[in-house]
Design a protein. Structure first.
Length: 91
């Protein structure tokens, strides 16, 4: 599912995204909301979505990147939602 979401993200504007464990592709952290969601929250899957920036702007994207980032993210979220509805029978 994550790989399919990355394909959808990349297809919008050609921005490269990577799927994998956050501690492997980003950085190690503990006590985050994803830790709570997976542990105490009982969520089956927990995902971290990062912005398209590769280190130049961090979490402060320039205005011209905000809409393209939203378009890419929306494409990926649609893939995940479709998977949950069709494959997990959550409908």
């Amino acid at each position: 599912m994550a790989d399919e979401a990355v394909e959808a993200l990349t297809a919008i504007h050609g921005t490269e995204y990577i799927a994998g464990a956050a501690s492997d592709i980003l950085y190690q952290s503990s006590g985050s909301s994803r830790d709570w969601a997976h542990g105490a929250g009982g969520f089956r899957w927990v995902y971290t979505l990062e912005l398209r920036d590769a280190g130049a702007y961090g979490f402060l994207l320039p205005p011209e990147q905000i809409i393209p980032t939203a378009e890419e993210t929306w494409a990926g979220l649609q893939v995940i939602a479709r998977h949950l509805i069709t494959e997990e029978k959550w409908n």
